[in-house]
Design a protein around this ligand. Structure first.
Ligand code: PMP
Ligand code: GLN
Length: 389
């Protein structure tokens, strides 16, 4: 065969960094602080609910936009948490993880040639899916040291060609929780340029400092925003892949059109189990946050003890370390050294940047791990010098 198998739409996006680093972690028997998945079990009440749903024969194709009890629960949760009212039948759709929601938003809402604004560092699938959809990405850098954008750069990125802006708060990988004022600036520009907004809020229950503001609650935004979430992070069951979106009927309808050809419907018993998740009370979320505070503080302490500068993330389960004072100027090289020599896998953030090189002196660690796992990482950090050999 003379033609390359992979279509040009995926060139440059062959392997995601998460799969690559987890593979390296396994090969080197390293502590895996790269890919963001918990190494502890998800809650028993949800595992029991999934088992019960299977036993009750909730095992055939689901309703394409999501099983009725789940879309009802999603709708109730937006109303309770944000005062946003969405019709469960027409304004909610369940996806196979937020990942499928991102793809369906780009395929369903963006015409080839439309511009999509991405803040960098960006979650990798935003850029890949923009490209797959034929959109043109415009990047706005969250500048170090505090990962804020420059307002003139944000304004310059918007134009009448802007179709969609993707706003992720709490933000992976910087840990920023965007303030009401920052979101207000984006909202004003969306309204001015008649742009849509995809609000990726998958870490909205993981906030250590500040408050989560849902951009759809800002003036003029509900009619142009799709809120996207995932039960994977909040309920420590990433493998179930239950994500969901809520937004105006026309936008959700466009995403659901893409969804019916991508997956048609999402795993039925897990949807039924997640009805219980969305109905969880504050005890669950309080304990969840307390446990993550402990994991975050432990990891930050271990990194600092190893001579790495790091800022406490305001949200998410990721922390960034600065490797420049250790003599490194290439995060990919540092991550290779870290996995091969120290026995810890992490993610090189430069892969989340398109225009700035600010990621080259950073390294991302995931702390959605048992304290015992983090202790093992701390032990390995203590017994090696992180200085560039
Ligand atoms: N958005 C962000 C910012 C993420 O970090 C992730 C990572 N898992 C996703 C979306 C995808 O979520 P899911 O696992 O539900 O597909
Ligand atoms: N969101 C996870 C992370 O940022 C990874 C998800 C994935 O592997 N696709 O690490």
């Amino acid at each position: 065969m003379t033609r390359e198998a992979l279509s040009s739409r995926f060139r440059g996006f062959e392997t995601t960094i998460f799969a690559e680093m987890t593979k390296l972690a396994l090969e080197h028997d390293a502590v895996n602080l790269s890919q963001g998945f918990p190494d502890f079990p998800g809650p028993s009440f949800l595992k029991d609910a999934a088992t019960a749903a299977i036993a009750a024969d909730k095992n055939q194709y689901a309703r394409p936009r999501g099983e009725l009890p789940l879309v009802d629960a999603v709708s109730r949760s937006y109303e309770k948490r944000h005062g946003l009212v969405y019709d469960p039948l027409n304004e909610v759709c369940v996806f196979s993880g937020a990942t499928e929601g991102i793809l369906c938003a780009l395929l369903g809402l963006v015409e080839p040639g439309d511009e999509v604004i991405l803040f960098e560092p960006y979650y990798d699938s935003y850029r890949a899916c923009t490209s797959i959809a034929g959109g043109t990405a415009r990047f706005v850098t969250l500048h170090r040291p505090d990962f804020r954008w420059d307002s003139s750069e944000l304004r310059a990125a918007f134009s009448d060609r802007t179709r969609l802006v993707i706003v992720n708060t709490p933000h992976n990988p910087t840990g920023r929780v965007l303030s009401r004022d920052e979101l207000g600036e984006v909202a004003e520009l969306c309204c001015k340029h008649d742009a849509l907004c995809l609000a990726d809020e998958v870490y909205d229950r993981l906030i250590f400092e500040g408050e989560h503001v849902c951009i759809a609650t800002l003036p003029g935004m509900k009619e142009r925003t799709v809120c996207l979430n995932s039960t994977g992070k909040t309920f420590s069951l990433t493998g179930w892949k239950i994500g969901y979106a809520a937004g105006p009927a026309d936008l959700i309808g466009a995403m659901a059109t893409a969804h019916q050809y991508a997956t048609f419907a999402v795993a039925t018993p897990f949807q039924h189990a997640m009805v219980q998740a969305l109905g969880a009370d504050h005890h669950y979320f309080d304990q969840y946050l307390d446990e993550y505070c402990e994991r975050r503080d432990f990891l930050l302490g271990a990194l600092r003890a190893a001579g790495m500068e790091t800022q406490a993330p305001e949200g998410t389960y990721f922390a960034l370390g600065d490797i420049s004072s250790l003599g490194w100027d290439d995060d990919v090289e540092f991550c290779r050294f870290l996995v091969e020599t120290v026995g810890i896998a992490a993610v090189p953030p430069s892969v989340f940047y398109a225009q700035s090189d600010e990621g080259r002196s950073l390294v991302r660690f995931a702390f959605c791990k048992e304290i015992a796992t983090l202790e093992e990482a701390a032990k390995r950090l203590q017994s090696h010098s992180l200085k560039r050999p």
